[in-house]
Ligand binder design. Structure first.
Ligand code: DOR
Ligand code: ZN
Length: 422
């Protein structure tokens, strides 16, 4: 028996913030207050209580790339960042394209005992883009979605087939949109800053052309599709139009696309290298508009931890990716809420309600998991990558002053993270 009360917090609901208490019994939220002796009381006076954040796009790197991250370090970083659930991408070694890798991840996550971990299986075998995986088997083993993330499904006919099968299997497809031919050998966003830096550019059309293709396929087949990490103004516009036309498309963006632009590459810091690349200020503002009007459903981190050996090389050779779990809330709070673009209920939808809905992992209204993220929305501090518990210290935001800290992360009625740095 485990009873907890979260007391006097500003509880963030779907469309309001209400001061009150939350009563938890055996890992579930009680609908009404019960008069009980709690084993544990969290004093949330002055703090905001969100539904546990759900990150539908992380790279935990295990199996195969444990020198970058593993399930234990990655889930520790997740709870430190306020995430009570994460979905991990299949670009591991071996690729998560069969039930045994799914089972392996689930067992490791269970042993780590930090947050809930939902594996994402591959769309194609070995992520080679040639032959679709056995989707029903992957779903039965516990995959919550399918993606070839890290790589696009370049062949349109394979994507068409994948959408048809995924529709029948009722499993979500998450698309990494990048026309490799158009992207060619670019390493940063094509434009003014790329020219100044003398680095090869990636056209925005590389992303937008693939999004357009998948919107058309989704529309033709009446199949659901979720677009990963959108970064351009054109992508927002394509998805806005598609939603208006009733296409079953949802999408996510990442904190770095609304917090930074490609002027950061002028430092030649390889921690600014990410795929898709940081875009222009006009793109950044368009992403925020897309968040404001609901075109963008989800904020996901695309947590992509890398070893310094993969980053401490010339820009052209550096690995793509940003370690994002431990900075996501602060960046969202600073660049979306404190800048007055959105309010806390909207942030709760972007970081918890919507990803759960899209993935179908909500648990239902009656039996709600007691997953909560309790934050101090006012605290100001500088991001310090050295303090990351993730093995990946690769962030372009090191030293940046931000506002908002995660104070407690509660998973299934248990405190999995408490901020002791008062
Ligand atoms: O920057 C990225 N890093 N983008 C991706 O799509 C993959 C990811 C990774 O796995 O490192
Ligand atoms: Zn990706």
């Amino acid at each position: 028996m485990n009873r907890m009360i979260i007391k006097n917090g500003f509880v963030v609901k779907d469309d309001a913030v209400i001061k009150g208490n939350i009563y938890i019994k055996d890992g579930m939220v009680l609908r009404e207050a019960e008069d009980f002796d709690a084993d544990e009381v969290i004093d949330a006076e002055g703090l905001y209580v969100f539904d546990g954040f759900v990150d539908m796009h992380v790279h935990l790197r295990e199996p195969g790339f444990e020198y970058k991250e593993d399930i234990l370090s990655g889930t520790k970083a997740a709870v430190k960042g306020g995430f009570t659930s994460v979905c991990c991408m299949p670009n591991t070694n071996p690729v998560c394209d069969n039930p045994s890798v799914i089972t392996y991840i689930k067992e490791k996550a269970m042993a780590a005992d930090n947050c809930r971990v939902y594996p994402i299986g591959a769309i194609t075998k070995g992520q080679k883009g040639a032959e679709i995986t056995e989707m029903f088997k992957l779903k039965r083993a516990g995959a919550v979605a399918l993606s070839d993330d890290g790589l696009p499904v370049l062949n349109g006919n394979i994507m068409r087939l994948a959408m048809e099968y995924a529709k029948t299997a009722d499993i979500l497809l998450i698309c990494h949109e990048e026309d490799k031919e158009i992207a060619a050998d670019g390493v940063v966003n094509e434009g003014y800053n790329a020219t100044i830096a003398g680095l090869r550019g990636i056209s925005r059309v590389a992303e937008e052309a693939m999004i357009a293709r998948d919107i058309l396929l989704s529309s033709a087949l009446d199949a659901r599709v979720h677009i990963a990490h959108i970064s351009t103004k054109g992508s927002v516009e394509l998805i806005r139009q598609a939603k208006r036309l009733g296409v079953k498309v949802t999408c996510e963006t990442c904190p770095h696309y609304f917090s930074a632009n490609d002027s950061l590459i002028l430092s030649f810091d390889t921690n600014t290298k990410v795929n898709p690349p940081l875009r222009t200020e006009a793109d950044r503002l368009a992403i925020i508009d897309g968040i404001k009007d609901g075109t963008i459903d989800v904020v996901a981190t695309d947590h992509a931890p890398h070893h310094t050996n993969d980053k401490f090389v010339e820009y052209n050779y550096a690995a793509n990716g940003i370690s994002g779990l431990e900075t996501a809330f602060a960046l969202a709070n600073t660049y979306l809420v404190k800048s007055r673009a959105i309010d806390y209920p909207r942030l709760n939808r972007l970081m918890s309600v919507n990803p759960k809905k899209i993935l179908g992992i909500s648990g239902g209204e009656k039996e709600r998991y007691a997953d909560f993220t309790i934050v101090d929305t006012e605290k100001k501090y500088r991001i310090d990558a050295k303090k990351f518990v993730s093995k990946g210290k690769n962030t372009p935001f090191n030293g940046l002053e931000v506002q908002g800290s995660v104070e407690y992360t509660v998973v299934g009625g248990k405190i999995k993270y408490k901020n002791d740095n008062k």
